[in-house]
Design a protein around this ligand. Sequence first.
Ligand code: GRF
Length: 217
Amino acid sequence: MKRIAVLISNKGTGSNLEAIVKAIKSKTIKNAHIVVVVSNKSDALGIQFAKKNKIPTEILDLKEFTKNGQSRGEYDKTLAKLIKDKYNPDLIVLAGWMLIFSNDFIKYFPERIINLHPGLLPEGSAKFVKLRDGTKIEVIRGLYTNDAVKYAIDHNFPFTGSTVHFVTEKVDAGKVILRSEVKILSTDTVESLYRRIKIEEHKILPKAIKLFCENKI
Ligand code: GRF
């Protein structure tokens, strides 16, 4: 059994956490269970969902933590140690986690942290990503979800999509596991486009976890 920790924030809806839970319950992912759901905010919707589903939860509020003079690096280290010592996960899934981790966190889980990115990412730190039909589009890094979707519309991208990739110190530049392209329609708003991206996210994130758990990555 692979042990999974899912990290979320209060900026999302927890829908990707739900998609993972569903894939485990339906045995699409056979050999894994979620050992903890972690958030930096107690009002994250995914925390309520986790509690309803009897999954252990942990909250470590960054603002609370740093108000007594502790650094962001110390936050990353404390969170990493809490997760590692108490839950010892095989895989960390960032499913709407909004804080960028430093090496103080990453070094505790080498090649065991994956992230869901609301855009198409290439391998490494290239500035362009090649689509299935050969078109090259600019890479969107470091933007929050709605901003990333808006950027793709505002810059007339033909496609955007979603990527599951490994987390490294270089933001949004780790090895790509799965990518799904979504065509942008001339009638699209951020809401309509994001809705279609989410449908893809709910497929590729559980699929990437399944691959990891079957040692196929
Ligand atoms: C996802 O759209 C993902 O791309 C981004 O955060 C969002 C979380 O969505 N990193 P949800 O909370 O799972 O609905």
